[in-house]
Ligand binder design. Structure first.
Ligand SMILES: [Zn+2]
Length: 329
């Protein structure tokens, strides 16, 4: 269960806008919530619905205990309707079905909230049907359209909705969400440094890929530092089989960059910014024996390698060159 105060921590701008409308009792007829998965669009939509229906509201905070609040929490409030894609799209018949349902109920309960998930999947006729519905003055309704791709929303709907953009989560909140999915803190930390997309982060955990990738980077650095003669063997045996396509190779180079960044963080005492949170000892040892100049040269070398990645580049040669230049500093 969230409060507006909680939600404000992750989406301050969105909450501030809604807060203002709730305080003035002037909600828009339609909202378009745009943001990637995991940014809290649905939580905010449900919270808005609670504030809309709750009669025991304190300021803008719903009471969370009245029957309206409880039914919303349990997903069985009679005046909140969810529309989700039926197969590949949201069809006109789905919207019409709602309209019919609404007219059966007459004016018994005038207020309604519609939450349309994956609103970009509405067909043009479904969208237009929804619009007509929204503009019906006899039916005071609030529609909340949720989408990851605002550019795919019909312009007619776009122009009649209040558009709120959900920002990617701050690092801490993003890690917490990943941990809620059962991902360890050590891995969540790496994922949060690589991406702000929840879907992409989850994708990288498939087949334990990210855990293996992370180990190989740690191993490479250990060898660069202590057993340089091993490095090319590890490249051959472990790196090349794991970082196969261009995207994976790019991520591999990003993981190397993150290790270098951690070395810099250690040198300037920013321990709470570390990506490789369980490697502090190893990082400290390496940071002691290297200068900031050398590290920034190494970072440039990695960035240079990233620029050269392309479909037909010889990755083995590219990586050998990079590892040599890191060794030489
Ligand atoms: Zn309530």
């Amino acid at each position: 269960m969230n409060t507006w105060l909680d939600l404000k921590l992750t989406q301050p701008l969105v909450v501030k806008m809604l807060e203002r409308s709730l305080e003035k009792d002037r909600l828009a007829h339609a909202y378009l919530f745009e943001g990637s998965r995991g940014t809290g669009k649905k939580q905010v939509a449900l919270q808005l619905a609670k504030s809309f229906f709750c009669k025991e509201r304190l300021g803008i905070e719903p009471c969370q205990t009245c029957s309206d609040c409880k039914r919303i929490e349990h997903g069985n409030h009679p005046d909140i309707h969810f529309i989700t894609p039926d197969g590949q799209s949201i069809k006109k018949a789905q919207v019409e079905h709602l309209q019919k349902e609404f007219s059966y109920r007459g004016m018994e309960s005038a207020q309604k909230v519609y939450i349309v998930e994956d609103a970009d999947k509405m067909t043009a006729s479904a969208g237009n049907s929804l619009l007509k519905f929204l503009e019906d003055p006899t039916a005071p309704t609030v529609a909340i359209l949720l989408t990851e791709r605002g550019s795919k929303i019909l312009p007619t709907i776009h122009s009649r909705s209040q558009h709120l953009t959900f920002a990617p989560l701050p690092r801490d909140a993003f890690m917490k969400k990943l941990e809620e999915e059962g991902i360890s803190r050590v891995i969540s930390s790496v994922l949060a440094s690589l991406t702000t997309s929840f879907d992409e982060a989850i994708g990288l955990t498939e087949g334990d890929w990210i855990a293996q990738a992370r180990s190989v980077v740690i191993q490479l650095y250990e060898e660069l530092h202590d057993r340089p003669s091993q490095v090319f063997f590890t490249l051959q045996e472990k790196w090349l089989p794991l970082f196969k396509d261009r995207r994976e190779q790019e991520l591999g180079l990003d993981l190397i960059l993150l290790w270098l960044r951690d070395l810099l963080y250690i040198q300037v005492g920013k321990y709470d910014e570390l990506t490789y949170i369980d490697q502090q000892n190893q990082l400290e040892q390496q940071a002691l024996s290297t200068s900031q100049e050398k590290m920034s040269r190494n970072m440039s070398a990695v960035l240079e390698a990233k620029r050269h990645l392309s479909a037909n580049v010889n990755v083995q040669l590219l990586m050998e060159k990079l590892l040599l230049s890191i060794q030489e500093g």
